[in-house]
Design a protein around this ligand. Structure first.
Ligand code: NI
Length: 261
């Protein structure tokens, strides 16, 4: 049985700093053991290029790139957005399978809502132009993220590490969106997330680590990696009342369909 991790950040320095033999040793072992695929996600131009480089090293690793709402301090990059990113996405050697992560984050105050919106909207427009799926980061910004989705009916995407309501998840799926669950679905107090996971049709569900963040129960607070995805898959198996094998099979099939692999 192998699991597909639809969202992780292996360029993060923590993987070299906090593992015994470094990130390459970790990834080699993960692919040998329980991991069938990883989408390595960038959050700005620099980390996207690091994601690409790692994806080029491992046959079953792919890359995604975009400007995260937490990485939008450089306003100039908005003007040059299309010019810089288009050739990156158009080069198949880069293995870039989605535009993201992009979106809105209202967690840390103060935040610049207008600027976040401007970057989000410009990148949705670019995704539409390049016919790319998007990976959406929605932290405490459910209403505004949903409005943006409605503004671009031709764009399809995934809401990563889903934290919205079951209702919104159903409304997103009716628009062709996928819902990705991270380790938070394994937390005991995560009633809303569990409800969303049971409300959405199985064909629209992905699983992810968001490593190095969001380690699942019982590793909460530790350095996360794709080996721990097993615990997230187990939580989904419990919600679906099915086997781990079936969760692995369905979510891998969904990831391949979503990312066009
Ligand atoms: Ni992430």
């Amino acid at each position: 049985m192998k699991l597909f991790d639809s969202h992780a950040h292996y360029w993060d320095q923590r993987f070299d700093d906090e593992t015994e033999n470094g990130v390459d040793d970790l990834l080699t072992n993960l692919f040998r053991e329980t991991v069938g695929g990883i989408v390595n996600v960038g959050t700005n131009l620099e980390t996207t290029m690091l994601s690409v480089r790692q994806a080029q090293t491992y046959p079953f690793m792919y890359a995604a790139g975009g400007i995260h709402p937490g990485d939008i301090s450089d306003m100039d990059s908005l003007d040059a957005l299309e010019k810089i990113w288009t050739p990156l996405f158009q080069n198949p050697l880069n293995k870039l399978v989605a535009l993201g992560e992009i979106g809105l984050d209202y967690h840390y105050t103060p935040f610049d809502k207008a600027r976040q919106m401007a970057f989000f909207e410009a990148q949705m427009a670019l995704a539409e132009k390049l016919s790319l799926p998007v990976i959406i980061h929605d932290r405490e910004a459910h209403g505004d993220c949903f409005d943006m989705v409605r503004k671009f009916p031709n764009v399809r995407g995934v809401f990563h590490s889903y934290s919205g309501s079951a209702e919104m998840a159903k409304a997103l799926v009716s628009r062709g969106y996928y819902i990705s669950f991270s380790g938070t679905v394994s937390f005991k107090n995560a009633r809303n997330v569990k409800e969303a996971a049971s409300a959405v049709p199985k064909e629209f569900i992905l699983i992810e680590t968001d490593a190095p963040y969001l380690a699942p129960h019982p590793y909460r607070g530790r350095l996360n990696h794709s080996g721990y995805l097993l615990h997230t898959a187990e939580a989904i198996a419990q919600i679906w009342q099915t086997s781990l094998d079936e969760v692995a099979e369905i979510t891998e099939k969904n990831a391949k369909a979503f990312f066009n692999l």
